[in-house]
Design a protein around this ligand. Structure first.
Ligand code: HSE
Length: 335
């Protein structure tokens, strides 16, 4: 059966996903028998397009590149109406992240489940603020709520824990979970100013629409909360995670660390002790011999401490258009 997709949000991730789907259509069909049709897209800037026979992906990508509104198969529908009325079976929720309320993404996910549709998302809002509620809603209806792209973009962190590491208990995790701040710290070490490095991270599509989410540590705090709740099966609230970002780190601090044979990194940590999970985000000065000290640029890394295997680490992209688009593809293939 062909997967019938609706995309809510057509920013970097939505466009990245369509580029991949277009490029790999034949390969995915030949290797996995995977077939898809994109029937709808809704975006506050581009408008809503719907065609049950399939939208023209090339035309959508052209509109995206030219920053022009959609011109074919237009509908006077908002995202919720598209989710409800379309005959899709999967909703890709790719709207902007809101880590305060999770909206409008939480409502999009609920509308999808109510309409009997799976949800695949890289949006950290619903995953960090309402994971348990949404997962329960999906489970009760025999649907999937898949969120691989919410942590370390397409680098398979959640799927690693759910799949190959399923027999292990995860006791702790420590990692670099925000690409923007790691990129900024890397550039500052090369002598670039904080402001210039942040501007570059925005140009490269790593930073959130409101970059304070990155530099104040809120994005990493959202990811730490998701990890705790998904891989440690707890109910940690985002407000329970202590959080400090990198805005206080100056070029002088970076130089001082360099002279001491160290490097600043924004570290997210989770620990399970006597069945209680605690978590934090804060900059740490790591000796250059530390495995996380060599992780540079927008690359992310995480080390899981497990009961049966000891430490298991994974390093990979943490942000980016194709990288996050890929995370959506991996969840679509999982369905
Ligand atoms: N702004 C995020 C980051 C994007 O820099 O890591 C990926 O979640």
């Amino acid at each position: 059966m062909k997967q019938r997709l609706v995309l809510v949000g057509f920013g970097n991730v939505g466009q990245g996903l369509l580029e991949i789907l277009l490029k790999k259509r034949q390969e995915l069909q030949a290797r996995y028998g995977y077939e898809f049709v994109v029937v709808g897209i809704a975006d506050v800037a581009w408008g809503t397009a719907y065609n049950p026979n399939g939208l023209n992906i090339e035309a959508l990508l052209k509109a995206g590149k030219a920053r022009q509104k959609f011109s074919q198969d237009l509908k006077e529908w908002d995202a919720l109406t598209l989710i409800k009325e379309s005959d899709a079976n999967v909703v890709c929720e790719l709207a902007f992240t809101n880590l305060q309320t999770g909206e409008p993404a939480i409502s999009h996910c609920k509308a999808a489940f109510s309409a009997g549709k799976h949800v695949v998302t890289s949006n950290k809002g619903p995953a960090a603020l309402a994971y348990r509620e949404l997962k329960t809603m999906a489970d009760e209806k025999g649907l999937r709520f898949l969120i691989e792209g919410t942590v370390m973009s397409g680098t398979p962190v959640l799927n690693l824990c759910a799949g190959p590491l399923a027999g292990c208990e995860i006791i702790a995790a420590r990692g670099i979970l925000n690409g923007t701040t790691n990129y900024i710290l890397t550039q500052m070490e090369g002598g670039m100013s904080y402001d210039e490095a942040l501007k570059k991270a925005q140009e490269l599509g790593y930073a959130e629409a409101d970059p304070s989410g990155d530099v104040e540590g809120y994005d990493a705090r959202g990811k730490v909360t998701i990890l705790a709740n998904v891989v440690m099966n707890t109910s940690l609230k985002i407000a329970e995670v202590s959080c400090k970002g990198i805005t206080g780190i100056t070029l002088q601090d970076i130089e001082k660390a360099k002279k001491a044979g160290s490097r600043w990194k924004l570290i997210g940590s989770i620990k399970k002790e006597e069945n209680r999970v605690t978590a934090s985000v804060a900059p740490e000065m790591l000796p250059l011999t530390h495995p996380l000290a060599g992780v540079m640029g927008a690359t992310n890394a995480i080390t899981f401490t497990t009961d049966l295997l000891g430490d298991v680490s994974i390093v990979g992209p943490g942000a980016g258009r194709t990288e996050t688009g890929f995370s959506i593809l991996s969840d679509l293939l999982k369905i």
